[in-house]
Design a protein around this ligand. Structure first.
Ligand SMILES: [Zn+2]
Length: 276
C-alpha cells in the first residue's frame, strides 16, 4: 500500500536518515522532501544554488541508503524576502528570489524536482510593501510553473476561503490550473466552496484528517516535519502520516479505496509522477 507524506523537511545535521527510517518503518512508502529555508546561505552566495544543492544531495544520500520513494520541491522561501531586503535592498531581494524561481524551474525541467515551493507570503503580519512584493514573486513563479506545467507549493498566512479564491484567481491569470496550486498547511477545506479548486495539503493531525476523509478524497496529507533537534515535538513527527492512515483503516473509519485516492491517485495526477 502506497503511503505518501506530501511535505517534510530534513537536515543533514538533524535526525535525517533516522527520520526517514522512522517513516518507512511506520509504513510510509513515498514522500516529498521540501527545501528547508536557508536564508543565511542565500545571503552569503547571493543566490539559491547551494541551498538547492543541499536538498538534492540529501535526496541522493537517502536513495543510496534506504529503499524509499522520494521527490523534491525547490523554491525561494517567502520569509527569505525580509532578510534579503535588509541586506541587499528591495529590488535586489526580488531579483535574487526570481532567479531562485528560475533555477527551481530548471531543476523541474531536468526532472530532479517535481514542484516549485514552498513559495508565497510570510505567515506572520508584514507591511504592505512586503505583501505586494511577495505577490509579485508568487505570480512570477506561477507563470513560470504554468509554462512547464508543474505545480507550486504555497506557504502563506493562515488559509481562509478568501485567500484560496485569491490564489486560484492568480493562477487563472497566468494559466496555472487550480489543482496545480497546492496549499501547504491547509485545514480540512475539501469542498469546492471552501478551497475554490485549489489542492489542499492537510496537516495530519487526527482531527484534521478525520474531518477531511468524512468530506471526501480530494486532498493530500503532510507532517511539515522540520527535523530540528532543538525543537523536538514542535511539529508532527515523520511517522505521523502512515501511522494515522493505518489507524483509520484498521478501525474501519476509512477504506483502502480512500487511501488509494489520497496517497496515490492525487499525488500522481498533481505532480505527474508514478508511485509504483
Ligand atoms: Zn514546510
Amino acid at each position: 500500500m502506497i503511503l505518501f507524506d506530501n511535505h517534510l523537511h530534513l537536515r543533514e545535521n538533524g535526525r535525517f536518515l533516522e527520520a526517514v527510517k522512522d517513516f518507512k518503518n511506520a509504513g510510509g512508502t513515498h514522500f516529498i522532501l521540501c527545501q528547508l529555508p536557508m536564508v543565511n546561505k542565500v545571503i552569503i552566495d547571493g543566490n539559491y544554488k547551494k541551498c538547492y544543492n543541499v536538498t538534492l544531495r540529501m535526496a541522493d544520500k537517502i536513495k543510496s541508503e534506504i529503499d524509499i520513494g522520494i521527490f523534491i520541491t525547490l523554491g525561494p522561501y517567502p520569509v527569505d524576502y525580509i532578510k534579503l531586503k535588509d541586506k541587499f535592498g528591495r529590488l535586489k531581494a526580488i531579483e535574487i528570489m526570481e532567479k531562485g524561481v528560475d533555477l527551481a524551474i530548471k531543476f523541474c525541467e531536468e526532472k530532479k524536482s517535481v514542484a516549485i515551493g514552498e513559495i508565497g507570503r510570510p505567515h506572520f503580519n508584514v507591511d504592505e510593501q512586503t505583501i505586494t512584493d511577495s505577490n509579485h514573486l508568487l505570480l512570477y513563479a506561477m507563470e513560470r510553473a504554468a509554462e512547464i506545467e508543474v505545480p507550486i507549493v504555497l506557504h502563506t498566512e493562515s488559509t481562509t476561503h478568501e485567500n484560496c479564491k485569491e490564489f486560484v484567481k492568480m493562477g487563472e491569470k497566468v494559466g496555472l490550473p487550480p489543482y496545480k496550486i497546492i496549499k501547504h498547511f491547509s485545514p480540512p477545506f475539501i469542498y469546492k466552496n471552501e478551497n475554490y479548486g485549489l489542492m489542499p495539503s492537510i496537516l495530519a493531525s487526527r482531527k484534521n484528517i478525520e474531518i477531511a476523509f468524512k468530506k471526501g478524497n480530494r486532498f493530500l496529507m503532510e507532517t511539515d516535519y522540520i527535523d530540528d533537534p532543538f525543537r523536538p515535538g514542535a511539529v508532527l513527527g515523520p511517522k505521523t502520516v502512515p501511522k494515522r492512515t493505518l489507524y483509520l483503516l484498521e478501525n474501519g473509519i476509512i477504506t483502502e479505496e480512500q487511501i488509494y485516492k489520497v496517497h496515490q491517485e492525487n499525488p500522481e495526477k498533481i505532480y505527474d509522477i508514478s508511485l509504483e
